[in-house]
Write a protein of this length. Structure first.
Length: 168
């Protein structure tokens, strides 16, 4: 009888240890997921800040972007067209990465939706960005291409006016 009782006690201890281990792993996975989501948010905010800083700090680049807004890109010299194309390409990459993180659950909806609205507004007012999208969309993820096409086609939000500094 003592051997059976010892085996029963060992089984109870083993089951309890397993439960504690599973709870510990679940807590660790949850904390890891939270950390990954926070990291994706920080990365997105940093990437957008870097894009915006380019024209905040460089008045000539801001003028270049203004020409892109109106679609006057052909009036630019070759170097400025390359600079603007690189800016558009980087902008699409930032938004594509954000969209990907959102689709995979690494970016919270409360962070993604305002960025989606911002992208919709940019695509609505920036003729150069729309033109660049048509030229290089084959370099983008299919889901992101679909999103951009939907935003350009269906955006009914009040466009953001870069000239007036707010919604028009």
């Amino acid at each position: 009888m003592a051997l059976e009782q010892a085996a029963l006690v060992a089984e109870i201890v083993s089951s309890t240890a397993l439960m504690v281990s599973l709870i510990y792993v679940a807590v660790q996975v949850r904390q890891s997921n939270i950390a990954a989501r926070l990291s994706a948010t920080r990365s997105l905010q940093s990437s957008i800040a870097n894009l915006e800083e380019a024209f905040i700090r460089d008045r000539d680049f801001a003028r270049l972007l203004k020409m892109g807004l109106s679609g006057d890109i052909r009036q630019l010299d070759e170097i400025d067209r390359i600079r603007l194309a690189c800016h558009y390409r980087n902008s699409f990459r930032v938004y594509q990465a954000a969209h990907y993180h959102y689709r995979k659950g690494a970016l919270d909806e409360s962070i993604w939706l305002p960025e989606r609205k911002c992208l919709a507004q940019i695509l609505k007012v920036d003729a150069g960005m729309r033109e660049h999208f048509e030229i290089e969309k084959n370099l983008l993820d299919r889901d992101f291409i679909s999103l951009c096409e939907e935003l350009m086609r269906d955006s009914d939000e009040a466009p953001f006016s870069f000239q007036s500094g707010g919604r028009s």
